[in-house]
Write a protein that binds this ligand. Sequence first.
Ligand code: FES
Length: 106
Amino acid sequence: MPMFKVRIAETGECFPCDSAQSVLEGMVQIGRRGIPAGCRGGACGVCRIEVLSGSFAHKAMSRSQISEADQQQGRVLACRIFPDSDLELKVLGGIRRSVLQQEAGK
Ligand code: FES
């Protein structure tokens, strides 16, 4: 399975993610409490992210969470996308606080 590197733009933190693994599953490896907090099925929206660079495959995402306009701007659900290259992303959904909290004070 090809392995890619995913970078969180806000913190510069990186985690590995292979192409059979959702970006949310990869993100779990950075070990913050509260990830994942959601449904992991594309329905709740807590894992909403914006992909700044890189390519990915995706499964169906609820239009109530991700509109067509969102998707065109790279806003997607981390539990529904699978990397096809290294990615850089911003975290927008409810997991944002968990992802961005600093190592210290964990
Ligand atoms: S975890 Fe619920 S939409 Fe991704």
